[in-house]
Ligand binder design. Sequence first.
Ligand code: GDP
Length: 293
Amino acid sequence: MLDGIRDAVKKFLTGNASYDVAVEEFIKELQKSLISSDVQVKLVLSLTNKIKERLKKETPPSNLERREWFIKVVYDELSALFGGDKEPEVNPKSNPWVIMLVGVQGTGKTTTAGKLAYFYKRRGYKVALVGADVYRPAALEQLRQIGKQINVPVYGEPDSSDAVGISERGVAKFLSERYELIIIDTAGRHGYGEESKLLDEMKEIYEKVKPNEVVLVIDASLGQKAFDLAKKFHEASNVGSIIITKMDGTAKGGGALSAVAATGARIKFIGLGEKIDELEVFNPRRFVARILG
Ligand code: GDP
């Protein structure tokens, strides 16, 4: 997939072709690799146009070889798409703070709910979980076990299929008990099997509960589908940030770029395994280094 890029960088830095020809060749290679890594074509073109623009307008600083400077421009522009040099601010902007997790089944939403609870608990917040995935029978039990493991209370109604009501009641209960960070785990597949029903449910929870932050959880291997999926969730519930799971696998996460483009949201965390502490604050430069090879 993106393995070609590392070779292309090497070829670009050491090759004999003239600078202009080498730039053209490199950009073609970059486009090809990003597209085959599931980044949307439109996004790839706007990125490479931006790179070309900078090449025309700017002159390299005197301490850098022209070719090295070019690679830096590529790196900068890719990183900028993910938020540049800075790691995202992950501390809640106000207290209390309600997070609603959305995403399709199997992406790791429930696992991530637990990881987030653990992350914020360690930062000193009084954290609680609400289990509103009423369509996957084991979801609530899974969440309860995680809650037990990290000593965080979990609200759920095992016999109810009223996801909206559960969310409302769970959040109200924990707010009244002065919890500072409340995380709602929602369904990833609707009982009736229809995607539109799931999105309607997300919309209703969003409108009734009014969470402070909607977090879209996506799987690193999601690929081309990431754009449309992210867009649909965004339309239903105004996605404010993104978590990419399964970054410990072989997928490079190119689809994440598309999810960012579809929502305008920032990636805040990445999941690096099944365990409760395998969650990391997202680092744009490290991620780009991974995408580039
Ligand atoms: P949900 O349907 O979205 O709630 O998904 P789950 O939380 O049940 O996770 C589905 C599967 O993915 C489980 O086997 C998890 O252990 C696994 N999983 C979740 N996050 C990660 C991750 O970051 N890395 C790996 N390797 N597996 C993960």
